[in-house]
Design a protein around this ligand. Structure first.
Ligand SMILES: C[S@@+](CC[C@H](N)C(=O)[O-])C[C@H]1O[C@@H](n2cnc3c(N)ncnc32)[C@H](O)[C@@H]1O
Length: 232
């Protein structure tokens, strides 16, 4: 009971009813692409059909623009995407899979739930990257404890990312950026990768713009792109 309360999810799981085509793609593809979790995962050999060169995780992929572009561009990398919002999962599936013929990428697994439930079941020092693109900022002070970034999740990220691997977080919410920098600066396992302003002003190369990023840019808001390296 205490465990369930600890991982209470505050976001939306469902939005507008899915159109029949989206519903069909969800019901056909999600069972093929879901990450099966019967207990802790020992290694990624059983997860991905072809042994990937690296494994990258995206938390809260939304409608999947960023994750789909990474999956398409990097067939030798294994990807895990976490997103509890089922309409977002259906959008990602429509971007990466086809119905006729039924096909889906071998290098992507989806966990359609709260990432915190998954993190503790993944094997240590096995992820090369974790992305959190425009995570919910929960701007009210009384809601800050709902933020994805916090000391507990940082401890999990430190356990999971291999030395030299990276955690990447982008946002247009400056208070959440300051919060993230402060938390990472307290943590001995991470170092902010920064030499000058371009290191946080330039978006991560070679990946699609997310829906929230596109919206922020179109409103003239600045986006910040942070990268933290897992120290040895
Ligand atoms: C502000 S939206 C950003 C979506 C997308 N990354 C973008 O930039 O367009 C935040 C997303 O994170 C998801 N989310 C929130 N908490 C999460 C959690 N604990 N685990 C996984 N996803 C989460 C939400 O469902 C939502 O889709």
């Amino acid at each position: 009971m205490a465990e369930l309360k600890k991982f209470r999810f505050y976001g939306r799981r469902y939005g507008r009813p899915l159109k029949p085509a989206r519903q069909k793609i969800l019901s056909r593809l999600l069972p093929q692409m879901s990450l099966a979790l019967d207990g802790p995962i020992e290694n990624y050999q059983a997860v991905f059909q072809d042994s990937p060169r690296q494994v990258w995780l995206e938390i809260g992929f939304g409608a999947g623009e960023h994750l789909a572009s990474l999956v398409n561009e990097n067939p030798d990398i294994g990807f895990i995407g976490c997103e509890p919002f089922i309409n977002g999962v259906a959008s990602l599936l429509a971007k990466v899979g086809t119905m006729t013929p039924l096909s889906w990428p071998n290098n992507l697994k989806i966990f359609p739930d709260d990432a915190r439930l998954l993190l503790r079941l993944l094997p240590p020092a096995t992820l090369d990257r974790i992305y959190a693109m425009f995570p919910d900022p929960w701007p009210k002070t009384r809601h800050h404890k709902r933020r994805l970034i916090g000391f507990e999740t940082l401890d999990e990220f430190a356990r999971l990312i291999r030395p030299g691997g990276e955690f990447k977080m982008a946002s247009d919410h400056m208070d959440y950026i300051r919060w993230t920098l402060w938390h990472f600066q307290q943590h001995p396992a991470f170092e902010w990768q920064v030499e000058g302003p371009m290191d946080w002003r330039e978006r991560y190369p070679d990946s699609g713009q997310t829906r929230y990023e596109t919206k922020a840019i179109s409103q003239g808001d600045s986006c910040v792109y942070l990268t933290f390296r897992r120290l040895v």
